[in-house]
Design a protein around this ligand. Structure first.
Ligand code: HPA
Ligand code: ZN
Length: 335
C-alpha cells in the first residue's frame, strides 16, 4: 500500500464480523467443534468464492458461520479481525453481527456477546482499537423475529449501540421493519440500514423516512434517483460504501466502473469500508489500495473520506477529537 494510505487512521463502519471468518479458521473451528464441512480443504473453500450476486454470497456466508458455537469461537473470530485490522491502522470499528443466525443454531446471546466483548476489550487494551457492536436484523426473516430478537437482547443493552438491517435486499424493503426500528428508537439505539446495494433507490428513501436510518450501508444505487441524492446530501447522511464487496458481488463490473467518483462529486458524505473481508479480497487497506489503483485520487480526497468516517461514527466527542488529531498529523505531512 502507498505509505500515505497505510498511515491514515482508519475507521471501519461497515463490517460483518462473521464475514471476517477466514477459511483457515473455518477449518480450525470445525475441527474443535466436531463439525463436518462440505469442503476438503481451504483451497476448495476459496474456489467456492465465485459469486454471481448477493444471494450466492449469502449462501456461503451463512454456511461458513455454522462453525461458530462457543464464546471462544466468537472471541477467536473477532480477535483475529482486530489483529488483522491493526496492521491496516484501523483505529475504531463499529461492526455488525447477525444474532438471529446464531440463535437459530442454538447459540445463546450470552455466548455471542461474551466472546465478542472479550475480543473488544483486548483490542482496546493491547491494540488501542476502540469498537462498538451493531445488532443487525436479517431482512429475509419476519419482522416478528426481529422484534423478538431485539427484546431478547435487552439484558445486553449496554453492549450494543445500535441496530442494522442486512441479508437479502431484493423483495425485503425497509418498510417491512418499520415497527422494530421504531422500538429501537424508543430504546435510544442508533439506527442504520443496508439499502441501495442490490435494491432500488426507493429502498434508501424508505430507510430514511420509515426507519429513520442515520447512515445508509452501501447506498450506491441512490444515483438512480436525483431526489434521493439531494435528500442524502441535504441531511448529510453518510453512505458506508464497500468497494471490493461491490466488485465481488457484481454490483459493478470493475472497480473502474464504480460510482464512487460520482457519489463524491454529488457532495455526499461517502466513507469506505470492507463489509466481509474474508470473502471479498481484503480488509480496509486492500479496499483503499484497490480504489486508489482505479482512481488515483490526490491525498486531499483520502483525507476528506477519513474525515467523513470520523464524522459518521457513533463515538464520544473526546474520541472524535483524538481521531481528528491523528488524521491532522498525517495530513500535515502529506499535503
Ligand atoms: N449485504 C447484505 N447483507 C450482508 C452482507 C452484504 O454485503 N454481508 C453480510 N450480510
Ligand atoms: Zn454489509
Amino acid at each position: 500500500m502507498h505509505d500515505f494510505l497505510t498511515r491514515l487512521p482508519k475507521i471501519e463502519l461497515h463490517l460483518h464480523i462473521e464475514g471476517s471468518l477466514q477459511p483457515e479458521m473455518m477449518f480450525a473451528l470445525a475441527e474443535r467443534n466436531g463439525i463436518e464441512l462440505p469442503y476438503s480443504d481451504v483451497d476448495e473453500v476459496r474456489r467456492a468464492y465465485d459469486f454471481q450476486d448477493l444471494q450466492s454470497f449469502l449462501n456461503l456466508y451463512y454456511q461458513g458461520m455454522n462453525v461458530l458455537r462457543t464464546a471462544d469461537d466468537f472471541f477467536d473470530l473477532a480477535w483475529a479481525y482486530f489483529q488483522r485490522s491493526h496492521a491496516d491502522n484501523v483505529r475504531h470499528s463499529e461492526f455488525f453481527f447477525d444474532p438471529q443466525a446464531h440463535l437459530a443454531r442454538g447459540v445463546s446471546l450470552d455466548v455471542q456477546f461474551e466472546g465478542l466483548n472479550r475480543a473488544r476489550q483486548r483490542a482496546e487494551t493491547e491494540l488501542g482499537i476502540t469498537s462498538a457492536i451493531i445488532l443487525s436484523f436479517l431482512r429475509d426473516q419476519s419482522e416478528e423475529s426481529a422484534i423478538e430478537t431485539l427484546e431478547a437482547a435487552l439484558p445486553f443493552r449496554e453492549h450494543f449501540i445500535g441496530v442494522g438491517l442486512d441479508s437479502a435486499e431484493r423483495g425485503n424493503p425497509p418498510s417491512k421493519f418499520e415497527r422494530v426500528f421504531a422500538r429501537a428508537g424508543e430504546l435510544g439505539l442508533h439506527r442504520v440500514a443496508h439499502a441501495g446495494e442490490e435494491g432500488p433507490a426507493a429502498y434508501i428513501k424508505e430507510a430514511l423516512d420509515l426507519l429513520h436510518a442515520e447512515r445508509i450501508d452501501h447506498g450506491v444505487r441512490c444515483l438512480e434517483d436525483e431526489s434521493v441524492v439531494a435528500e442524502l446530501a441535504k441531511k448529510r447522511i453518510p453512505l458506508t460504501v464497500c468497494p471490493l464487496s461491490n466488485v465481488y458481488l457484481k454490483v459493478v463490473e470493475r472497480m473502474e466502473d464504480h460510482p464512487l467518483p460520482k457519489l463524491i462529486e454529488a457532495g455526499l458524505c461517502v466513507t469506505l469500508h470492507s463489509d466481509d473481508p474474508a470473502y471479498f479480497g481484503g480488509y480496509m487497506g486492500a479496499n483503499f489500495t484497490a480504489v486508489q489503483n482505479a482512481f488515483n485520487w490526490p491525498n486531499e480526497t483520502w483525507i476528506q473520506l477519513t474525515r467523513n468516517a470520523i464524522e459518521a461514527s457513533f463515538i464520544s466527542d473526546e474520541r472524535r477529537k483524538a481521531l481528528l488529531a491523528e488524521l491532522d498529523e498525517v495530513a500535515q505531512d502529506a499535503v
